[in-house]
Design a protein around this ligand. Structure first.
Ligand SMILES: [Zn+2]
Length: 394
C-alpha cells in the first residue's frame, strides 16, 4: 500500500472520530484542572486511547496525571511521539486551548492506529501535565528527569494560537526566588543593631535595573517583591523577591542569571544580610528540528493551511526542554480569531468554537500525515537525529 492510500485511510479515520474528539475537547474544557491536578483530563484521554487499542501506562514517571500510550507496528522502526497537554490556567480555564492539544493528539493517534499493523515502528502519545506552571518544573521536565522519553526518536506537537506558524525561536526562562535574612531591631530606638532585609531586596531591584543596559536585546527580566517586612517600626529581618529572566538562548540565559546572582550578592554585602537564591524552574528555549519542520511544512501545504515561516514566539514552554533532549518540532495552529487576547477568558471561550474544533481536526491530520512520512522513511528520522546531534550544545 502506498503513502497516498495510507494517508487517505488515516484521514478518513480521523474524520470518523470527530464526535468523540469534540466531546473529549469539550469535556476537558468544561472542568478545567490546573497544573498537576489534571486527574479527570488525564483519565479521559487515557480511556479514549485505550478504547482505541493503545496500551496505556498511567501515572508515568511517578506523576499521577501523566501517561504514556503505546501502539506497536508490525515490525521494528522509529519510535515517534505525539504530545498531549490538558492543563488549564488558574482563574481563566482553558485560555491556552490545551483541550485542543489533547483532542488533536488523540485524533492523530486514533487515525494512525488504523494503519499501525501495516507500518514499522512504535507510535506513542505522551500525556504531559502542568505546562502552565512558571513556579515549579513543568510536566515534560519531570518526565524527562524520570527517563520516560528514553528511546523516542522524534517528537511532534501543535499548539493552538491565533495564526498558523512554523516556530523559529522562543524564549528560555529561569525563575529565581531570592530570600534575604537580616536582623530585626526597633526602627527608631536602635536601628544600628539591625540588618535590613528589605533594603537587600530593593538594592537587588536597583542593581538589576543597572544591569539591563548591558544585556542583549532579547533578554527580559521581570520581578516582584513577595515579602517586604511586617511593620514599619521593625527593621525587616526577612524579605524576598521573585524574578523571571528570559533569553532566546539558554546558554546566554545562564550567563545573565550569573550576573543577577552578582547583583544579589552585592545587595547582601551592602546591607550586611545573608541571601539565598533558589532556581525554582528553568524552561529551555526550543531547538526546532529543521528536518522535522520540513516534514510538517509539507503536510501543512497538503492540508491547504496558510502559514508563516520562522516565527519568533515571545513565550516559553517546557516543550523547549524536550527539544533540547531529542529531535522535536512543534507548530502553532490557528484555532482562534486573530483579535483574541491569549490566556484570557475570551480565549477560553473560543477554545470550544466550531472553528477551533475544525482546526483541531486539521491539526490532527497534519500530525498524523507527518508521522506516516516518518514511519515510511526511517532515513528521515535518522537525518533528524544527525541534525540534532550536530546542533545540540553541550
Ligand atoms: Zn499553552
Amino acid at each position: 500500500m502506498n503513502a497516498k492510500q495510507l494517508k487517505e485511510e488515516v484521514r478518513t479515520h480521523i474524520d470518523g472520530a470527530v464526535d468523540e474528539l469534540v466531546e473529549l475537547s469539550r469535556q476537558i474544557h468544561s472542568s478545567p484542572e490546573t497544573a498537576y491536578r489534571e486527574v479527570r483530563a488525564a483519565a479521559w484521554v487515557s480511556d479514549l486511547l485505550e478504547r482505541g487499542g493503545f496500551r496505556v501506562q498511567r501515572g508515568a514517571g511517578g506523576l499521577e496525571t501523566a501517561f504514556v500510550a503505546t501502539s506497536k507496528g508490525a515490525e521494528s522502526g522509529p519510535a515517534i511521539a505525539l504530545i498531549a497537554e490538558y492543563d488549564a490556567l488558574p482563574g481563566v480555564g482553558h485560555g491556552c486551548g490545551h483541550n485542543l492539544i489533547a483532542a488533536g493528539a488523540v485524533g492523530a493517534a486514533l487515525g494512525l492506529q488504523a494503519v499501525m499493523p501495516r507500518l514499522g515502528g512504535v507510535l506513542q502519545v505522551f500525556g504531559t501535565p502542568a505546562e502552565e506552571c512558571a513556579f515549579e518544573p513543568g510536566g515534560k521536565i519531570r518526565l524527562l528527569e524520570a527517563g520516560v522519553f528514553q528511546g523516542v526518536d522524534a517528537c511532534l506537537m501543535f499548539h493552538p494560537w491565533t495564526a498558523t506558524q512554523l516556530v523559529g525561536s522562543d524564549l528560555a526562562v529561569a525563575v529565581l526566588d531570592i530570600s534575604f535574612q537580616g536582623k530585626a531591631a526597633h526602627a527608631a530606638a536602635d536601628p544600628w543593631r539591625g540588618a535590613n532585609a528589605l533594603d537587600g531586596v530593593l538594592l537587588t531591584y536597583m542593581n538589576i535595573n543597572a544591569l539591563r543596559q548591558h544585556v542583549k536585546s532579547d533578554v527580559r527580566i521581570h520581578g516582584i517583591v513577595t515579602h517586604g517586612g511586617g511593620a514599619p517600626n521593625v527593621i525587616p529581618e526577612r524579605a524576598s523577591a521573585r524574578f523571571a529572566v528570559r533569553s532566546i538562548d539558554k546558554e546566554y540565559l545562564r550567563q545573565v542569571v550569573g550576573r543577577i546572582e552578582d547583583c544579589v550578592q552585592g545587595a547582601a554585602l551592602a546591607t550586611s544580610t545573608k541571601v539565598v537564591v533558589e532556581k525554582i524552574a528553568t524552561i529551555e528555549n526550543t531547538l526546532p528540528n529543521r528536518l522535522l519542520e520540513s516534514v510538517v511544512r509539507s503536510n501543512l501545504v497538503a492540508e491547504e493551511l496558510e502559514f508563516e515561516e520562522g516565527v519568533f514566539i515571545a513565550g516559553s514552554s517546557d516543550f523547549g526542554n524536550l527539544s533540547q533532549r531529542l529531535p522535536s518540532y512543534w507548530f502553532m495552529l490557528k484555532t482562534h480569531p486573530s483579535h483574541v487576547n491569549w490566556h484570557s477568558k475570551e480565549a477560553a471561550l473560543e477554545a470550544i468554537s466550531d472553528d477551533a474544533h475544525f482546526a483541531m481536526l486539521t491539526g490532527a491530520k497534519v500530525l498524523a500525515m507527518s508521522c506516516i512520512d516518518l514511519f515510511l522513511d526511517p532515513a528521515l528520522v535518522r537525518r533528524a537525529r544527525e541534525e540534532f546531534e550536530g546542533e545540540r550544545k553541550p
